[in-house]
Design a protein around this ligand. Structure first.
Ligand code: NI
Length: 176
């Protein structure tokens, strides 16, 4: 099993804008599978290639209770979105921090799957939140960017403090 190291905020590499995948090669297919393993082990419900320092437009998500519904989205584009949802988001790159973010509640995304086949995904609620959160990562955007600068500074301080403490058990809440 390959588990990648996940970059943590405020690592400047998380601000890199990812490039489209030109061709879905076997290497890309393997990478997406390894990203899923990394995400499950974290544990998390979404992971963008940006977070493992690979700057290509590839993300994986699985919001099911038993990790039985993985999706790999390559070169994802939102076709339509509507409604509004406020969800308390976390992020594997911002450990142990959660904050409310407003996003579209219903989206339709077109993408390539891990074999390079085009497909459309209609997502609602948590899955919609998760896909939008991961698509942000591909643009170098993080959920903390939606918060006030005061709140962001508090988060930076708390992260710095947490890094000096011995590691704790992973949070039961899901990080994206
Ligand atoms: Ni994230």
């Amino acid at each position: 099993m390959t588990h990648f190291t996940i970059l943590e905020y405020p690592d400047p590499r998380l601000r890199t804008v990812a490039k489209n995948v030109e061709k879905v090669t076997p290497e890309i297919t393997t990478l997406s599978e390894q990203m899923l393993e990394t995400m499950y082990a974290a544990p998390g419900i979404g992971l963008a290639a940006t977070q493992i320092d690979r700057h290509i437009r590839l993300l994986v998500v699985d919001v099911s209770e038993d990790y039985s519904q993985p999706y790999c989205l390559i070169n994802p584009e939102i076709v339509s979105k509507d409604g509004e949802i406020v969800h308390e988001e976390g992020c594997l790159s911002v450990p142990e921090i959660f904050a409310k973010v407003t996003r579209a509640n219903h989206i339709v995304v077109k993408a390539l799957d891990k074999q390079g086949e085009p497909f459309e995904l209609e997502a609602e609620g948590l899955l919609a939140v998760c896909v939008q959160h991961e698509m942000d990562h591909l643009k170098g955007v993080m959920f903390v960017d939606y918060l006030t600068s005061l709140k962001r500074r508090m988060i930076e301080k708390r992260l710095a403090k947490n890094r000096k403490l011995p590691p704790t058990a992973p949070s039961a809440r899901s990080a994206l």
